[in-house]
Design a protein around this ligand. Structure first.
Ligand SMILES: NC(=O)c1ccc[n+]([C@@H]2O[C@H](COP(=O)([O-])OP(=O)(O)OC[C@H]3O[C@@H](n4cnc5c(N)ncnc54)[C@H](O)[C@@H]3O)[C@@H](O)[C@H]2O)c1
Length: 395
C-alpha cells in the first residue's frame, strides 16, 4: 500500500513504525503535519518522499492509495470529507469522532462515495485479545454475562487532548472508546447496546472535561458491559479486560503485568513503555509494544480486506456505534439516570431476549448449584419446577 499519513505525532509515529516494520512493502509516501519541522523530521525518520503542511495536498497526492488519519479528534471529519472528495480509501484512528452525529456524517460520506473505510481500534487486534475472542466465540465461556475493560493512565501527552472543544470529551471519549468496543466485541457486535449508566468526575486535573469515569452498558440480550477509565491513574498504563460467562472466565492484562518484570537503579535508557511513570526501581516493560498493542495485526487485516474487497473487523459503522454509546454515557453522567443509546442506524439483530438460564436436573427439578465441601460432602441445591421450593441433597 502507498499511504498518506495525516499527523506525525504520537500515534502517527507508532503507525509508521508498524507500517514500515519487519519486511513490510507498505510505504508511507506522503506525510501531512501542522508544522514544517515535524514534516521534515518525519520525512527523514521514515524515508518519506513527500511532505506538506496542507492536508488536502497529501490526500490528493497521485501516488497515495490509502489515507491514514492520525490527527486530533476535531480534524477527523474534515479529513474524511477530503478523502471522499479525492476518492481515497481511508483508515481512521480512534475515536472515530467527537460524537455520534459527527460519526454518522463520516459514515454516510464514505458509504456514499463507495470508499473502503476502516476504524483503527487497535485493542481488538492485540494477540491476547484475538486469542481470548476466539475462545469466547468458540463457546469456551458459554453465554457472556459481563465484559469489563479498563484503561487508565496518568493522562495524555499533547495539549489538544485537554481542550474540550478539540478533543470532544475527556477520558470517557479518549479511553472509553477502546473499552466499549472491547466489551461489545465479546458480547457480540450484532447485539444492540440499549442503555448506559455512568459516573464521571473531574477529580484531579484543572480541566473542563472528566478525568475519571466508570460506566455500565446494558445490552439487549441481558449482558452487561463495563468501562473504567481515568487520566489520573498513577503507575503507568493499566490495560485490563475481564470476561465472565456461564461456563468460564477470562482475565487479560495487556500492559502492566505481562510476565516481564525488571529492576534497575535507573542507569541506562529512559523509555520503558507507553505512559510508564518511572525508569528505575521495579519496572514492567512491554516486550514488543507495537505488536502487543495490535498495530501489526490491525494494518495487516485492513490492507488484506482492501485488496480482497471485504469489510475489515472494524469499520466506520463500529466507530459510530461506539460514539453513540459514549454520548449516552455523557448524558447519564449529567442526569444520573440510565440513558438510552440513540442509534439512528442499527445493522445488528433486533428483538433479542435473554437466553434461558435454567439447567435441567431431573423431570421435577432445575439445578441451582452443586459443590463438594471441605469435609467431603457432595451437595446439590435444587429448585422444584412446579412449587419453586429450594431443597438440597447431600451425598
Ligand atoms: N491507541 C490508539 O489508537 C491511539 C493512541 C494515541 C492517540 N490516538 C488518536 O490519534 C489521534 C492523534 O493523537 P496523537 O496522540 O498522535 O496526537 P499528537 O498531538 O501527538 O499528534 C497530532 C498530530 O496532528 C497534527 N496536527 C494537525 N493539526 C493540528 C492541530 N490543529 N492541533 C494539534 N495537532 C495538529 C500535529 O502536527 C501532529 O502531527 C487522536 O484522534 C487520538 O485519539 C490513538
Amino acid at each position: 500500500m502507498k499511504i498518506s499519513m495525516l499527523g506525525g505525532g504520537f500515534i502517527g509515529r507508532f503507525y509508521a513504525d508498524a507500517l514500515h516494520g519487519h519486511r513490510s512493502k507498505d510505504q508511507i509516501v506522503s506525510i501531512y503535519s501542522r508544522r514544517k519541522e515535524s514534516v521534515d523530521r518525519f520525512m527523514g525518520d521514515y524515508k518519506v518522499g513527500h511532505g506538506t503542511t496542507v492536508m488536502e495536498e497529501s490526500i490528493a497526492h497521485p501516488e497515495v492509495e490509502v489515507v491514514c488519519i492520525a490527527l486530533p479528534n476535531n480534524l477527523h471529519e474534515e479529513a474524511v470529507q477530503l478523502c471522499c472528495k479525492h476518492k481515497k480509501a481511508v483508515i481512521c484512528t480512534k475515536p472515530l469522532a467527537r460524537n455520534a452525529d459527527e460519526a454518522k456524517r463520516m459514515l454516510e460520506a464514505v458509504e456514499k462515495a463507495g470508499l473502503f473505510a476502516g476504524y483503527l481500534e487497535d485493542l481488538v487486534y492485540t494477540p491476547k485479545f484475538i486469542k481470548a475472542y476466539d475462545s469466547v466465540k468458540s463457546g469456551a465461556l458459554g453465554r457472556v454475562l459481563w465484559a469489563k475493560s479498563r484503561e487508565t493512565h496518568p493522562g495524555p501527552h499533547s495539549e489538544w487532548f485537554w481542550n474540550l472543544e478539540e478533543a470532544g470529551g475527556g477520558c470517557i471519549l479518549d479511553l472509553g472508546c477502546h473499552c466499549v468496543e472491547i466489551a461489545r466485541s465479546y458480547i457480540g457486535k450484532d447485539i444492540r447496546p440499549v442503555e448506559v449508566m455512568c459516573w464521571a468526575d473531574t477529580q484531579v486535573k484543572p480541566i473542563d472535561a472528566e478525568d475519571h469515569a466508570i460506566g455500565l452498558v446494558k445490552y439487549e440480550n441481558g449482558a452487561i458491559g463495563q468501562f473504567e477509565v481515568s487520566w489520573t491513574f498513577r503507575g503507568g498504563m493499566d490495560l485490563r479486560d475481564e470476561v465472565m460467562g456461564t461456563e468460564g472466565t477470562i482475565w487479560v492484562n495487556s500492559f502492566l503485568r505481562t510476565g516481564f518484570e525488571m529492576f534497575t537503579t535507573g542507569k541506562g535508557g529512559d523509555y520503558v513503555a507507553e505512559k510508564a511513570e518511572s525508569n528505575s526501581g521495579w519496572l514492567f516493560p512491554v516486550g514488543d509494544e507495537i505488536n502487543e498493542l495490535g498495530y501489526y495485526h490491525m494494518f495487516t487485516e485492513m490492507f488484506r480486506c482492501m485488496e480482497n474487497g471485504t469489510q475489515p473487523r472494524e469499520t466506520f459503522y463500529d466507530g459510530y456505534v461506539v460514539n453513540a454509546v459514549l454520548d449516552a454515557a455523557y448524558r447519564s453522567a449529567k442526569t444520573k439516570q440510565w440513558e438510552p443509546v440513540k442509534l439512528d442506524v442499527w445493522r445488528g439483530r433486533t428483538g433479542v431476549s435473554k437466553d434461558s438460564h435454567l439447567v435441567e436436573f431431573d423431570a421435577d427439578h432445575y439445578l441451582v448449584k452443586e459443590e463438594v465441601t471441605h469435609y467431603g460432602a457432595k451437595k446439590v441445591i435444587l429448585k422444584n419446577k412446579k412449587t419453586g421450593k429450594i431443597s438440597e441433597r447431600v451425598s
